[in-house]
Design a protein around this ligand. Sequence first.
Ligand SMILES: Nc1ncnc2c1ncn2[C@@H]1O[C@H](COP(=O)(O)OP(=O)(O)O)[C@@H](O)[C@H]1O
Ligand SMILES: [Mg+2]
Length: 326
Amino acid sequence: MTDVASRASGADPAPDGAGPPSPDAPAAGASDVNRTFDPSVDALPERLVGAAVTDAERADAGPAVIEVKDLGIRYSLRLTKKNTLRQSFVNAFRRKTGPKEFWALRNVEFDLVQGESLGVIGPNGAGKSTLLQVLAGILTPSEGEVTVRGQISSLLTLGAGFDQDLTGRDNILLAGAFLGIPHRDMMDRLEPIIDFADLGEFIDAPIKTYSSGMRARLGFSIATSVDPDVLLLDEVLATGDAVFRAKSKARVLDLVRSAKAIVLVTHDMNWVTEFCNRAMLIEKGTVIVQGEPAEVVALHLEHSEQAKREKMQQIRRYGGEAPKVK
Ligand SMILES: Nc1ncnc2c1ncn2[C@@H]1O[C@H](COP(=O)(O)OP(=O)(O)O)[C@@H](O)[C@H]1O
Ligand SMILES: [Mg+2]
């Protein structure tokens, strides 16, 4: 591996790394189309004015907080594939079965300055979570270079990184320690974090007694309460009930306004067009387009429609009958 990753801060609160591979991993090698739109100030909603969007403003914003050059992530399917015992036997006899590795990301190139909010979109399995895991320092690039300057806070897998036997309160302090935040500062932040998560007396119960929604609320509250320079969020905006969703939306917007850099994976296209000042469409590990959110979202919707039509055609080809299962 030619790993070149430089980081000013490596601390990450979500040590839960890459999950088991899915057996239907797509082959690498999609086309390397890479168009770039120039985002213009006019296209931005008013609330994002202040974020650096023109080239001149981006230069003024100082060095990029995230710089990604020619990034590639290659998964070794042999090492990571979670095989059943039966599958292991089958493989041992059959020897050569399928590809041994594949590129989950290839030729990814972008940078992000303070004040930018990047929405990453694309179909399932495109490589979005993989990208965030690289930015968080959980995965090391197989090729290329990733530089992240400043304190990162990430919420990648809901509720990941909690110690199940400790209380919510103790887990907040633990997360602070992971991030290198002095204990005294963390004690000051404790109450606001608890208030926001709104867990009532559960805050003093062990995490293992929490529902997944409660875990997510606590994780979100911690990740967004530590004044990060870079916030990474993977599909966490749709968390919890309507009240919490509204609260968490408002919280992320506060971070957007206070000129922090955000990289956010979401299926909520309204969020991307309303609150992101840049967007990136990834398909099969390749960046198809990046730039002005409305244009990127439009292309994504077009591609999704196309994919749906192709699926429908396939179904019709079978005469509308479900394939027979023995
Ligand atoms: N640890 C792993 N080993 C092998 N393949 C993996 C691993 N993690 C993810 N993948 C595969 O990499 C591709 C990208 O995954 P992911 O980044 O989770 O996509 P997304 O978040 O866009 O849905 C998928 O095909 C997935 O099956
Ligand atoms: Mg994902």
